[in-house]
Design a protein around this ligand. Sequence first.
Ligand code: AMP
Length: 421
Amino acid sequence: MNDQAKKKQINAIKGTKDILPDEIWKWQKLETEARLVFERYGYREIRTPVFEATELFIKGTGSTTDIVTKEMYTFVDKGGRSITLRPEYTPSVVRSIIENRLNLQPQPLRFYFIGPMFRYDKPQKGRYRQFHQIDIEVFGEKDPAIDAEIVEMAKNLLTRMGVTDTDVLVNSVGCQTCRPGYREKLKQKAEESRSRLCPDCQRKIGTNPLRIFDCKVEACKEISIEFPKITDFLCPECDEHFKQFCKYLDAFDISYSIEPSLVRGLDYYTKTTFEFSSRSLGAQDAVLGGGRYDDMMKEFGGPDICGTGFAVGVERLLSIVSVEENQQEWLYLIYLGDEAKSAAMEVARFLRENGVKCLVEYRERSLRNQLSRANKLNAAWVLIIGEDEVKKGTFQLKNMKTAHQDTVTKEEILKHIRRTN
Ligand code: AMP
């Protein structure tokens, strides 16, 4: 490698991004709010590995989905196994329940999860190759009331984050009983429009015509509006579930629209699907999506336990949140001279131990310089320690907002700060 090549800057991989200190507070706020809201509804956190056996997603997410056919980060590891970075969370949690026999615990099981996902899609605004989801799943509750409750919980979380302009779209994608009949009708209709569909959708007619509704090509979207609607083909059980779901949404006073093309990109959904979209987002307007998946556990060879859940796209949600940063007030310690430096380090230790956030910087600077630095860094307080202060055991505490200055002992600093905080 020549010198020039050695010096070449290495950048983050396309479709990934750094979350920088200036924006991390939003992430932390969302994570804190999510934990608080979910725990109020009885959810517990679960964490599963970032990578899994590839076949987990082929089987769980579905072999005809865009995620599996085009978007997975799959590689062979040194032991010759096919590994995939998780593109979504649900198959992992289903695997974990079966493997750890969590199904033996009292049901329904309610879990939440926060972490990164990986999809090799074309990066654009709101679409990344590593993105983050906050996910919840409920296992072992058939009642449509739970589907409505998770929609209400999602709304609650968004409201707490200051996001109130979302549209709630709902649909039912039927079940193994009614979907095959619908799929046939859909196939016939799609066949009639074959030549006008994109090559990908032409392929989907044969493999899984429902996936045509996932297509992002404008012409295909327009053509599919004319296709038969799944809601007209539901079996009595699915029809009743959907009606009840809508009734409970009404009870929660949630406004929603029924969107028959909402099939949500995954093969495993049964009955309920839903999505929250925001007008403040561009083309990628789905903030959150979810639905019911009653057959996945059984198909993985586990017990016959139904599931329902949703995933929030963290990057997308954070791009529209309008909450203010709630900064904790903090203190900047100024010292003058060597003796004062050691005293400052000791005072800082004492303050931190007592829950005060404070900063000492170890570069020689004049008093003026240090004061202007504290100002620039937005410190609420400044504590000045000079040789004289060390001898007397008292310090100058300055309130940077009011410019008021007091002579205080170490203990009195705490009183002053707590009084105004
Ligand atoms: P899904 O797992 O496809 O149901 O997506 C759930 C949510 O994750 C979506 O509503 C988006 O907010 C978010 N999401 C999905 N794919 C991406 C991506 N490539 N980049 C950023 N966010 C995404």
